[in-house]
Write a protein that binds this ligand. Structure first.
Ligand code: WT7
Length: 567
């Protein structure tokens, strides 16, 4: 039996106090995610239960019980506190998926500091922009990533501590660099966990915006209430499950459902830091006897490509519940997974800002392949007309997804950017910036983003950022960056450029431009193609019409260009 039961019952009797009671949280009292994910599980008698099973490259492996998780997070918390890290100071986690990333995240939260996870594949420029915006005081990293920090350190006087978890004792440390070897540190049995309250800041996640710099999405400790209940009801994690979330904690799926939700439930989860291949993944499921698997459409499409035959080489019979997030999950992928694994992927929809799942297919519910499912009970939703912002009552018409901003995990602001934050709300609704329709039975059908942001393999890329990088190249006069369709990644980045006088549109130049921007952008944001054009379509006010170029790429109706021109 799933935890969820019937949708109608859950919706009729819903209150967030269900989660508050289960977590024994008293409104107004202390709530600290780090404590909930470790100490509380031990106090409830599960100290010896496995919390984290980890494998990295070169057959390295480690595992931690809940008591070991509790002590290790205490040890990291105490170390940071001894350095002088204060509550609300930003501490960045810049690591591959090694245990210290998971433990460090919770250690930071335990002392009331703000955890700022950043994807370890970021290059120095992407890193700098985010550390600079957050005025980050400490960064926890691995020696393989220190070089990137050294390149930008002079521009960051506020970054006082660069903590290296695997420092090579034979190598020299530079100014501000501090070694910290968790395995050699004296274990801290008892730590005074900082008494954070519901609205105390917890996590700062960076996400791409349409224009300007990436935005810091500010979450609070009370987010736990939604993250816990959605983990329980949507991911359906139960006592004896082995849970595998394939997302990196540099992104919100990897924190909300790769750390907070599962650990707050006292679940056993496994983490693989080896890289993707169908063989690796299936072997992992077989070896760990994974029961609940939370993944993403691009990975699922890659597995589809790898074929059916390879599936039969492995024993995947442990699998019990599958879910997906991050981009549109095509109907074919759901049908395929039902055929080859005997289980459908349950699509879930949410975003960095929502902090927790807001729309999903629930265990036991009828799945309509291609639909994102229904609103989480307790999340009031509507589809608004694109122009009037009035709720659309007839089923099937596309409009803006709108959510009443009253569930616990919704962001509390964009870091130092109240103007952009305010724009996310209209007539008492929070607008995620996506288009969808709802059918007669309340199922959401995703219809695309309402802005120009590109979602490639589940990663959001701001066209503005790519265009800005292109414009710095001496040959580029103008640029427009849009999504083009791709079998596996759904969307990839394509750039249109016009050249300055005196430059020829050659293949060599394209290569040169690519190499130039590669240094500025993360690999995720790199265009797959650069197309030279004589001119770019523009509105009368001179704004480049990305939507027109996008429509061309997708072979869609361009629609009424005269309205576009008046944009
Ligand atoms: C954007 C959020 C929170 C998970 C990781 C992404 C798109 C997310 C779906 C889905 C279609 C989806 C939306 C959303 N998206 N889930 N099930 N179907 N699109 O977090 O980086 O903040 O991206 O991803 O456009 O707004 P994110």
């Amino acid at each position: 039996m799933s935890h969820f039961g019937s949708y109608d019952d859950r919706a009729a009797n819903f209150s967030w106090s269900i989660a508050e009671k289960e977590l024994e949280y008293t409104p107004g009292g202390v709530i600290n995610i780090g404590w909930y994910c470790t100490d509380r599980i031990c106090e409830n008698g599960s100290g010896d239960k496995k919390a984290l099973i980890w494998e990295g490259t070169g057959a390295q492996s480690k595992s931690y019980t809940y008591n070991e998780l509790r002590v290790a997070t205490n040890t990291i918390g105490a170390f940071l506190r001894n350095l002088g890290i204060q509550p609300e100071d930003r501490v960045c986690l810049f690591m591959d998926r090694i245990p210290e990333l998971y433990l460090g995240f919770l250690g930071v939260l335990k002392i009331g500091a703000v955890a700022q996870p950043l994807f370890s594949a970021f290059g120095e420029e992407s890193l700098f922009v985010r550390l600079d915006d957050a005025r980050t005081r400490a960064i926890i990293t691995q020696r393989k990533h220190v070089g990137k920090i050294r390149k930008i350190i002079d521009q960051m006087p506020y970054l006082e501590f660069i903590i290296i978890v695997d420092h090579d004792r034979k190598k020299e440390l530079r100014e501000r660099e501090i070694p910290f070897w968790l395995d050699d540190a004296r274990p801290v049995e008892m730590l005074d966990v900082h008494p954070t309250k519901a609205e105390s800041p917890s996590v700062l996640h960076y996400t791409s915006g349409t224009t300007g710099r990436p935005k810091g999405v500010q979450h609070v400790h009370y987010s736990l209430i939604s993250q816990y209940l959605t983990t329980k009801w949507v991911l359906d994690i139960q006592e004896n499950d082995i849970y595998w979330c394939t997302a990196d904690p540099g992104w919100v799926t990897g924190t909300s459902y790769g750390i907070i939700g599962p650990f707050a439930m006292g679940a056993t989860q496994c983490v693989q830091d080896i890289g993707f291949s169908a063989e690796n993944w299936y072997r992992w499921i077989e070896k760990q006897k994974v029961t609940v698997w939370y993944s993403a459409p691009t990975a699922i499409r890659s597995l589809m490509k790898a074929g059916d035959a390879i599936v039969k080489k492995f024993d995947l019979s442990s699998l019990r519940h599958l879910a997906s997030v991050g981009e549109p999950l095509n109907a074919e992928a759901v049908i395929w997974s039902q055929r080859v694994y005997g289980l459908p992927f349950h699509d879930t929809y949410w975003q960095t800002e929502t902090g927790s799942i807001v729309i999903s297919n629930f265990p036991g519910m009828k799945i309509k392949p291609g639909s994102m499912g229904r609103a989480f009970p307790g999340v009031t939703s509507a589809i608004l007309d694109l122009k009037s912002y009035e709720p659309i009552t007839e089923p099937g018409r596309v409009g803006l997804i709108a959510l009443r901003p009253d569930w616990p995990a919704l962001m509390r602001g964009y870091w130092k950017n109240p103007e952009t934050y305010a724009k996310k709300f209209v007539n008492g609704w929070y607008l995620p910036g996506d288009r969808s329709s709802i059918d007669k039975e309340g199922y959401f059908w995703f219809a695309g983003r309402d802005d120009d942001i590109i979602n490639t393999a589940g990663h959001l890329v701001s066209p503005f950022e790519v265009e800005s990088a292109l414009l710095e190249h001496p040959a580029v006069a103008e640029s427009a960056v849009v999504a083009k369709p791709d079998d596996v990644n759904m969307e990839v980045v394509k750039a249109f450029v016009t050249l300055k006088p005196g430059f020829e549109p050659t293949d060599d130049l394209e290569l040169d431009i690519m190499n130039f921007i590669r240094k500025k952008l993360s690999s995720l944001a790199m265009p797959q193609e650069i197309e030279y054009v004589e001119s770019l379509p523009k509105t009368r006010s001179g704004k480049i019409m990305r939507r027109l170029l996008r429509a061309q790429e997708w072979g869609e109706e361009i629609g009424d260009v005269s309205t576009l021109e008046n944009d």
